[in-house]
Design a binder for this molecule. Structure first.
Ligand code: CIR
Length: 257
């Protein structure tokens, strides 16, 4: 089995990416490119064969490929992102995924961002958020191939479900308290991010057992280590300024070599 990942390079226009209205400085494309190279290196070191798509200057948020296509069941579902400015991003992503998957799509009024789709064990949790609506969740469920799809209301100001909750293992989730009703994760072990570490839940488990954690969330990494996981810190501050995290920067799957 080989591990594959798709990423997309950072455009100069990344400084104009969508971001919270919090007065923080705009992300720096040069710094983001350095972080992106570190991210790709971490995926490759874990065994992924990484394909990098060229940046698209017309779409400042294009590095966040996770949002524009979701691998579900046996297909790649090209989403209709909740932000209108992102709806032209998918073309090259869909073309790359078409080498390995039948490609499906969704139509208005459905909206869905891949950042709202969290697969843990045999369930797929889907955030009902500012970006993802019920029609988008229904379209995902049509393609889920019998996998249980569980809608989860996501309270602002977090952007996506995976801004606040991510999977650590088939039986464990990491939650930043305050944004979702944790009772939906019944049967799973729940760990909480460290207080004050916004975005700390957006971690990326790698083949081999290491879990990438944004390096501005060191106390959350300690929570994981104490619970027996193997965290590895990775710089992601420029992407965090654009409201993105570690999962957002790639689409990952497995294939026979
Ligand atoms: C956006 O607002 O759409 C981007 N600036 C950030 C998207 C982050 N994606 C993700 O969390 N999956």
């Amino acid at each position: 089995m080989s591990y594959r990942a798709l990423v997309r390079r950072v455009p100069d226009s990344f400084a104009r990416s969508l971001r919270p209205d919090d007065g923080a400085p705009a992300p720096d494309p040069g710094g983001a490119r350095v972080e992106h190279a570190g991210y790709v290196a971490a995926l490759e070191a874990a065994g992924y064969r990484v394909r990098s798509l060229p940046a698209d200057e017309a779409h400042p948020d294009c590095p966040f490929v996770e949002d524009v296509a979701v691998i579900i069941g046996d297909v790649a579902l090209v989403t209709r992102p909740g932000a209108p400015s992102r709806r032209g991003e998918a073309g090259p992503v869909a073309a790359a995924l078409a080498a390995d998957f039948p490609v499906e799509s969704m139509a208005a009024p459905a909206t869905l961002d891949g950042g709202d789709v969290l697969q843990v064990g045999a369930r797929v949790f889907v955030g009902r958020s500012a970006r993802t609506n019920d029609a988008g969740i229904s379209r995902l469920a049509e393609l889920a191939g019998g996998v249980e799809v569980v809608p989860v209301d996501v309270a602002g100001p977090v952007l996506h479900l995976k801004s606040a909750v991510d999977g650590l293992a088939a039986d464990t989730v990491l939650v930043q308290p305050g944004f979702v009703d944790e009772s939906v994760f019944g049967g799973l072990r729940i760990l909480h991010t460290a207080p004050g570490e916004a975005g700390g839940a957006n971690v990326l488990p790698l083949p081999g057992g290491r879990i990438l954690v944004a390096d501005h969330c060191p106390e959350t990494a300690r929570v994981l280590a104490t619970a027996g996981f193997e965290p590895a810190l990775l710089a992601a501050r420029e992407f965090a300024r654009a409201d993105g995290g570690l999962t957002c920067l790639s689409i990952r799957w497995q294939r026979e070599p």
